[in-house]
Ligand binder design. Structure first.
Ligand SMILES: Cc1ncc(COP(=O)(O)O)c(C=O)c1O
Length: 394
């Protein structure tokens, strides 16, 4: 098919979806990451933001960004390796390494680049990458770009992971990659089990903790803290676009690995450095996570309240243990209907349909924030009940 035909065909399908009012992407929402947002002038409760601890709008975080903007301007106009490394970048890398209990860390300009740039830099044609089937697209694309062979194991299936590991030549370098928290379902990887296998089969273990960081563990240090395994994996990655309320990402590892990435990861080397204001805001966010533990308590309280409320209403929230609450609907049409009707009534959620999830496993992705009030959650549950009855029961 020619490029023109492909695009025209796509445009036709898109037009049809929009005409049927089944299109819930690229919605303009202002301000976007606060408990209450505006869309077409109507106030909505936001249940679709990953600003879990409310740090994107925390006065100290905003102030830190403004101060850095005044001092450094809007950008550094260079890659990190040339003239784009400020003392804020290096301070943040040290702080993140400390936060994750690792020797060093490297900051990338986006989370996507972090995963893709870490996987591709560390693997070559003689290696094997072993990846959970539900891993994020940034890992999948890292596998595709890498010259290594990729083998996929069934989601959280340790027996299958072992079968794949056992099937690799003992001498081959193996990189096992898993999300810490799976972004669509909120489920947590069985890291103790995976670690036992990577030790036994002499494989390197990389964890993408985009959604665990700031959320799981006694002090919000992430999935490894949740399991009491800090410092026990080879590479731990994260993003700044969730709990930290900004944009960017990092990989923490031992000094040699991080130095290798600094000199070999192409998305790091050949793309511009993050604005210093972003570095300053993430530094401030890290401080607040330590200084204001009540935010994490509120997040957990809100998550439990909403999740239990949804379960009581009869919704299937799958196996989530995190502020990502998936509501399994199954078919796309009813998923879109519920998301659309909730939006009309003043609640923003996200429709997740294939290819983000397997066929017939479409879901409504609800994410919880610490700053949502009890009355926001009560109102949202009332609307879920009303819309659920209309769409699913009638
Ligand atoms: C598990 C996971 N990894 C990586 C990313 C990419 O991060 P970012 O959106 O910050 O580029 C995301 C973001 O959606 C994610 O959920």
């Amino acid at each position: 098919m020619s490029l023109e035909t492909t695009c025209n065909e796509f445009a036709r399908v898109l037009q049809g979806v929009k005409a049927r009012k089944r299109y819930f992407f690229f919605r303009t929402i202002d301000p976007a990451a606060t408990p209450h947002v505006f869309r077409h002038g109507q106030e909505h409760i936001m249940l679709g933001s990953n600003n879990y601890l409310g740090l994107a709008n925390h006065p100290k975080v905003v102030e830190a960004a403004i101060n850095a903007l005044r001092e450094y301007g809007t950008g550094v106009c260079s890659s990190r390796i040339l003239t784009g490394t400020t003392s804020l970048h290096t301070r943040l890398e040290r702080k993140l390494a400390e936060f994750k209990g690792m020797e060093d860390s490297i900051v990338f300009t986006t989370g996507f680049m972090t995963m893709m740039g870490t996987v591709t830099a560390l693997t070559g044609p003689d290696d094997v990458i072993i990846s959970d089937e539900m891993n994020h697209a940034s890992i999948i694309d890292g596998c595709r770009l890498s010259k290594a062979e990729t083998r996929v194991f069934r989601h959280r299936d340790l027996a299958h992971l072992e079968e794949v590991l056992a099937g690799c030549h003992p001498e081959v370098q193996k990189l096992v990659v898993t999300d810490g928290v799976f972004s669509m379902r909120g489920s947590i990887a069985d890291l103790p089990g995976i670690k036992e296998l990577t030790d036994r089969y002499d494989a390197t273990l990389m964890v993408d903790d985009a959604h665990g960081t700031g959320v799981l563990g006694e002090t919000g240090r992430g999935t490894l803290e949740h399991f009491g395994m800090e410092g026990e994996v080879d590479l731990i990655c994260g993003t700044f676009s969730k709990t930290f309320g900004a944009v960017g990402g990092f990989t923490a590892a031992n000094r040699e690995v991080v130095d290798y990435l600094r000199h070999n990861s192409r998305p790091f080397l050949f793309s511009a450095s993050s604005p210093p204001s972003v570095m300053a805001s993430v530094l401030a966010s890290l401080e607040i996570i330590e200084q204001e533990p009540e935010r994490l308590i509120r997040l957990r309280r809100n998550t439990d309240f909403l999740k239990n409320g949804l379960i009581d209403l009869g919704f299937d929230v799958m196996d989530t243990l995190t502020p990502i609450i998936p509501i399994l609907i199954g078919d796309d049409e009813r998923t879109f209907q519920i998301v659309g009707q909730l939006e009309e009534l003043g609640v923003i959620t996200n429709a997740v349909v294939p290819p983000a999830v397997p066929a017939e496993a479409s879901l409504i992705r609800v994410s919880v924030m610490a700053d949502l009030s009890r009355s926001d959650l009560v109102k949202a549950l009332e609307l879920f009940e009303m819309v659920g009855r209309k769409v699913l029961v009638s």
